[in-house]
Structure formats: structure tokens, C-alpha cells
Design a protein around this ligand. Structure first.
Ligand code: ZN
Length: 100
């Protein structure tokens, strides 16, 4: 069972909630809402799908918070590219977050 937790995105506190009943669309894995700072993700997804969906919803909120106006295809491409880069480079997050 996945747990509720908070993320901080561009100064906004965002709650991430696993959902075990249906989201708005039958094929929807996740959804986000910048007006109340929420991400809801199906809690029964395989780990890699859950992780990719979380990153996808984070990119949606970055888009919303900054008013970028990205298309769904752009959000998908950016999130998939970031997910693959993080997945394929085990030390990537350490490299970009470590201090000098
Ligand atoms: Zn989307």
C-alpha cells in the first residue's frame, strides 16, 4: 500500500495521494490540480509505471505553476525523457543535487 506524502514544487506544497478507486478516466494513471496542489495516482500501478506517472504529473504542475502552456505531448516527452535519463544513469540525481 503506497502512502500519502508531500512534495515541494517551485515553492508550492503538493500532496501526492495514491488512489485505489477510479480516477476520472478509465485509462488515467494519474491527475494533478494546481489550484489545490494535488497529485493523485493509481496506487495499484507497477513501480516503474507509478514512478513515471508521478514524474509526468510533476511536469504538469511545473507547466501550470509557470504558465508555460505545454501540450500533453510535450509534457509526455519531457517526463519520459527525464525518467529515462534518471533510470539509465544511477548517479544522475546525486550528480545534479550534490554541492561542490
Ligand atoms: Zn498528462
Amino acid at each position: 500500500m503506497r502512502e500519502y506524502y508531500n512534495l515541494r514544487i517551485l515553492g508550492h506544497v503538493v500532496s501526492v495521494t495514491p488512489i485505489y478507486n477510479r480516477l476520472h478516466g478509465d485509462n488515467t494513471h494519474g491527475e494533478s490540480d494546481d489550484s489545490d496542489g494535488t497529485i493523485r495516482i493509481r496506487g495499484d500501478l507497477e513501480p516503474s509505471i507509478y514512478q513515471a506517472t508521478l514524474l509526468h504529473e510533476v511536469v504538469h504542475l511545473i507547466d501550470d505553476f509557470l504558465g508555460l502552456g505545454l501540450t500533453e505531448a510535450q509534457v509526455t516527452g519531457i517526463s519520459q525523457g527525464l525518467f529515462a535519463t534518471i533510470r539509465d544513469n544511477g548517479n544522475f540525481l546525486t550528480v545534479i543535487t550534490k554541492e561542490k
